[in-house]
Design a protein around this ligand. Sequence first.
Ligand code: HEC
Length: 107
Amino acid sequence: MKTRLALLLSLSLASAAHAEDSVAEIWTAKCKSCHGPDGRAQTQMGKKEAIVDMSQPAWQQAQTDADIREAIAEGSPRNKKMKPYKDKLTPQQIDALVAYIRGMKKG
Ligand code: HEC
């Protein structure tokens, strides 16, 4: 019983640490192709779909963390190109992406 608990604890710590370490990798692997390396969406898809520039202070201010989290988890109700990621990413990874996106704010 004690061993199982310790095992569970170390597994969840390991996955939390992993989620933090790899947020830039997740962005690069799963988000950059549309949103660009810096969230400014200066990509073919970004231009075609008129994806918002996430580094804009006005966009950053208009979004709550919950809004950003929901867009990632559930996808966009307006545009099917933004798919739901809740089955592909852990809640910790989604939280890490929210923080990562917050870090894209200019100035
Ligand atoms: C295939 C292209 C594509 C990929 C890959 C993609 N997105 Fe998106 N994303 C979009 C589009 C298109 C929109 C605009 C949706 C809209 O206008 O409602 C969007 C919107 C968003 C928004 C909401 C912005 C707003 O309109 O307020 C967030 C947050 C977001 N994406 C995060 C992510 C994250 C994080 C990833 C990677 C896990 C990701 N996206 C991967 C295409 C993509």
